[in-house]
Structures are given as C-alpha cells and as structure tokens.
Design a protein around this ligand. Sequence first.
Ligand SMILES: Cc1ncc(COP(=O)(O)O)c(C=O)c1O
Length: 392
Amino acid sequence: MAAPRQFADARAVAAALRPSYPVYCLRPHVLARQAKRFLTQFPGAVLYAVKCNPHPLVVDALYKAGIRHFDTASLPEIAQIAETYPDALSYFMHPVKSRAVIKNAYRVYGVRHFVVDHEAELEKVLEETGGRDVTIMVRINTPPSEGTLYHLSKKFGAAPAQAVALLRRAVAAGCPTGIAFHVGSQCLKPEAYRVALDLCGRILSEAGVEPVAIDVGGGFPARYVEMDSPPLADFFQAIRDGLKANRVGPTVEVLCEPGRALVAAGCSLLVQVQLRKDRQLYINDGIYGSLSETVDAGIRLPARLIRLGDPAPAEATQDFVLNGPTCDSLDVVPGTFELPADVREGDWIEIDQVGAYSNALATHFNGFFPETFVTVQDPSPAFAETTRESAA
Ligand SMILES: Cc1ncc(COP(=O)(O)O)c(C=O)c1O
C-alpha cells in the first residue's frame, strides 16, 4: 500500500491539492485513541467489524493501535486480514454463508469461529468443517431498543427456543459453543446490552450449556449532530453489570464487535462546491457516494467551510441544502447545513464524522466514486468532544 500524503489539516489538503474530487481526511491518531479506549475499557476482546470501513489505512491504524481480532463477514474480508496480518484472528460473524466460503474460510484461512442463527446453517458449518476445532456462536435476536438506527434482529438472530436447540446441537456435535447478539447499530441505550445479556443468561440456563464465549456485538454509538449518545463508559458498565448479574465466569471469553464507534470520528470528507443556486449547493459527493447514511439512517453530520483566498467567509450564516453530483433527483443530503452566507463556487466543505459506513457503501453510480485518502494531524471537533467525555 502506497503511503498516503500527509497534511496538517483539511485546509492544508485544499491548499495543496485544490481538489475538485472528494478527499477523505483520515486521522490515524483518532482511530488509535478510540481503539485504545475499547482495548483498555471493554471487559474482553475487541473485534473490529471490518465491513464498517475496510480501507487498508483504517484497518492498519487499528492494528497498529493493538486490535488483533476482527469480525469478518465475507471471504474477501477474511483474506484481507489474514494476508496482511498473519498474527490476527478473524471470526466469521455473518449468520448466512455459502458452503464454498465456509470451507475456504476454514481450510485456507484457518477461521475457527463461526456464527449461526438457524439449524440448516449449523449443519452446513459442521459438514464443511467436519466440526473439528470449531467454535459455534449462536446469534440470538434481541428486542428493539428505542432510538437505535438499524434494528439488525429484523433480519438475523434465533428466537429463544430455537437458540436453545442450536446450542444443544452444537454441544452435542462436540463443539465449544457460545452466544452472540447485536443490539442494532448506533444504539443509544446502554440498558439494551443489559437486557440482551439477561436474555442470553435465560437461554443458556434453559439449554443447560456452559458457553465458552459471549459476544455482545457492535452497536456502540458515534457522536453525530443532534443525537444524544451516552458515553461509551456507560455501555461498558452496562455490559459489566449484565455479565455479573448473569454469573458469567472468568473462563468465558467476552467479545465485542464495534464498527461505527471505533472509526466514525477518525475521518472527515473534503468536498467542493461546484455550483450555488441560492440556498442550493451542488457538491462533488452525495448519497450514492460517502453520504448514504444521511438518508438510510437519518444521520446528521457536522460541516465547516474552507475557503482559500479573499475575502474571508462571511460571519453571518444561512442554512444550505447539499446536492450530490449525480443526475438523480434523489441525490440530495437530507436536512440543511449551516454555513457562511456567502458560500461560493470553488469553496470546500469539510464534513466530519464520516469514518463509518461511508466509503464502504459508496457506489460508482454516474461515474462518481470517492476514493482519495490522505492523512491529517489535527484533532477533529468530534474527537475533542469524545476526549472530554472520557476525561469526565
Ligand atoms: C455481525 C455484526 N457485527 C458488528 C457490526 C458492527 O456494528 P456497529 O457498526 O453498529 O458497531 C455489524 C454491523 O452491521 C454486524 O452486522
């Protein structure tokens, strides 16, 4: 991987590159500090959910900060981790996998942890691996938690009776067995983890199974505009309380699979204004590129104007609509952005907190594709907030 160009901040990027294309400004030091927070405060192993941002620079920053476990959901993700970091461990956490992929993950890449949420999937895993040296994680569904942006249990997870049967079958097949859940992405309620852990406790005791691992999934929130997310410490405390209340012993491995909370603050996006029509700004990235979560999840992102040259941007501000670059009339970022009233063609806008589910979800629609990464060294405003939070 070629080393990225390095700059002091997004303004320096604009000055050096004068980019008419979107540029991701990565902050490896922010990624490292978020990783350290998880590694030091979470009571167990931290698996980075690669799907959230698989860019090699992002994964590398996390690896350098000490992340050695990865939640992988496809063979390409497994290959990326195994071929770059031979000492790292991949866990196959997608509940639905093809037989060929299971076989290759096991035989070629040495994956030994597989999640299942259905009897037929469990049989597939047992058949393709021979059940040798394989840990089976049974994914359960959890009740929806208020404010959570994506309720993943709508699609995945076994109901309690089914989970009991799966746990027993995995144990009968001679496999070390654990239990997993995902409370939903951008979860705003620490209690959701406690509720899910209580459910795990009931299911395990009904199954009469001693788990080797309990995986509390991802879902930890990032800090977006107008979204009141409690500090991460509250989530870790709820998990500790849930483990204690359910008498999870020290030999049980506790896992988590954060994506969003690890990487959202570690990257901003530098876009350029290509046309202004009154309060409508036409920029060079949009909902088919880095900003799809502003639609899918209603996330609001902080933004600031960067202008090179004179005059300095006006102090007065106005609310602007950001239109994406494609010809599609749906390609408009929901909501408005407060920016200096005299925004003009050629100005840049730095949009913060785009480290999660941005480049990972971008399409090539209409010939546009955001792919330029540089690194910057300044603390992002969003990160300054997180630092205050952890000091409190
Ligand atoms: C199985 C699994 N683990 C972890 C994650 C990461 O979740 P988050 O980004 O909310 O932390 C996801 C996201 O879809 C997931 O499906």
